[in-house]
Ligand binder design. Sequence first.
Ligand SMILES: [Zn+2]
Ligand SMILES: [Zn+2]
Length: 416
Amino acid sequence: MKYKIPRGTYDIFPKDSARWHHVIDTFRRVAQSFGYEEITTPIFEMAEVFERSSGESSDVVQKEMYRFQDQKGRSFALRPEGTAGVVRAYVENHLDRVGGKSKFYYIGPMFRYDRPQAGRYRQFYQYGIEFIGSNNPYYDAEVIALEMQFLAELGLKNVSLEINSVGCAQCSEDYDEALRAYYKPHMDGLCPDCQKRYHVRPRRLQDCKAAYCRTLKAAAPSQLDYLDQDCKEHFTQVKSYLDQMDVKYQVNPGIVRGLDYYTNTAFELIVDALGAQNSIAGGGRYNSLISQFGGKDTAAIGFAGGFERLLLALEKEGIAGYEPIKPRVYLIGIGEAVRAMAIEYLSKLRKDGIYVEYNPDKSSFRAQMKAADASGARYALIIGEDELAAKMPTLKDLESSQQHSVDYRQLLDILN
Ligand SMILES: [Zn+2]
Ligand SMILES: [Zn+2]
């Protein structure tokens, strides 16, 4: 075989497409019921868009971004996540000046050069929500409740919501100081990455998977002890709204998220059955991102979830089987003489939205009846020389085996 699919990507064949569509349709329906509308942005942007939003020191920008130059030498990147493009579009179209509230959802492929493993790909698909235009903690709870309802409607049961507050810029500075003080005596034991993180963004130390760095995480100071009054109150309100919406959660001070732009609320959805890659969705507030993009200071919150791990989680709970769609009617045309009439019915029924199956390669009536049964169709529409002469086809109910001739109106009535 000469050609191979790129590592970390996959094909979606029809048997899996039905599951995909079920998930996507459910997400759209739930998002719409919360008043969110779809936005679609390009899969590549100026590389700066992501460097600005994710933070130049982040792993995403440093190691995982697919960068390329176009024919004029301009630097672009395939999007590693969805929020930056939405914020770029929001600011570029002056929605910050219009004010008010913007409620977006998106669905599409993202790209990260990462080591492929179960549920982790280089081209992966995300669905996400962005709410822009208010710092009211009600909206933190709203986007979380939306995600929880989506998962509930898919039937996913063993999923837990973990929430945290990473504070505003001021609180996180205080927290960074506390972290530096904590890690300082351990400096020599830290991995080389963390020695850099220590200076730039000490909270990243808590994401580190290196053995020694991990042992230090448990006793590290918690952001929750370094929240100022406003941020504390915001977090309390978020929890209170979640209680009122009957959304169950656990507070986990370890949720820090990998991107620089989060402020205040941060959350993750965990499915333990998935093992090491157990986070299926996550998000948080990003109150400073719009202004970093040159827009008016505007508060925002959002989340993104990955389809691959979600589908794995559904499979683990036995919620995987979506029946392929069966034809409503199987058209059997016998002989060259009737071909024109057969094709006429085939085209008319399809235009009227009926799923008709037809196989011009099978010649004998027996072979065609066998194919009709195998297709799972409820009816067979038979056109032979008698039907041609009468200008009326025969409709056979494959369940009851009864058959009679029908004109087109009767046929449509029965099939609809
Ligand atoms: Zn604060
Ligand atoms: Zn480390």
